[in-house]
Structure formats: C-alpha cells, structure tokens
Ligand binder design. Sequence first.
Ligand SMILES: [Zn+2]
Length: 102
Amino acid sequence: MKSILTKISITVLAVFSIFMLQPPERFTHYSRPVIIHRLQLFDALSLCVKRVGPAWACQWFTPDGDCHIAVPTDSPFGSVEQYIRHERAHCAGWSNWHEGGS
Ligand SMILES: [Zn+2]
C-alpha cells in the first residue's frame, strides 16, 4: 500500500512540476494583449477544467484573438509571476509539450 501511495505522490508531483516549467527565451515575448485572470487555487482549477482540462493554470484564445490566462494566487507550487510567465508563453506559441522548458 505504501508503495502505491508513493507512486501516486510522485505522479502528482510530476504533474504539478510541469506547470512550473519556465519557457525558453523565444517564447517570453508576446506582443498582443494578454488578459490575466488571477483567481484562488480552486477557482482557477474550476475555470481551467471547463476551458482546457484539469490544471491549476491555463491559457485560451477567444474568437477575437485575445489571449486569456488564468493563474492561481495562492498556489503552493509556484508564484503568480511564474504561472503568468508560463501561461503567457503558451500565448506566444509554446506548445503543451513544453519543448525547451526548464
Ligand atoms: Zn504549460
């Protein structure tokens, strides 16, 4: 049982660590406006589940081409600035494979 819990814990940590990956320099500049939704952790999760799937933070485009990002203000997994940098990079074309992330 302990080993199963350990595996689950490692998996959970691995999933959350993806969101703290920081983008390569070429994706840190995005010239269009970004609409940032700063939300409490579970409100961000609730919104992101509807928009893209289970995630604490997410990014999406509206039909008019605006890029929206939702980030948690009280996440234990990283700062708001780290989440914004990560999600803004998705606005700039960084794929969900997080190529070149560190
Ligand atoms: Zn991402």
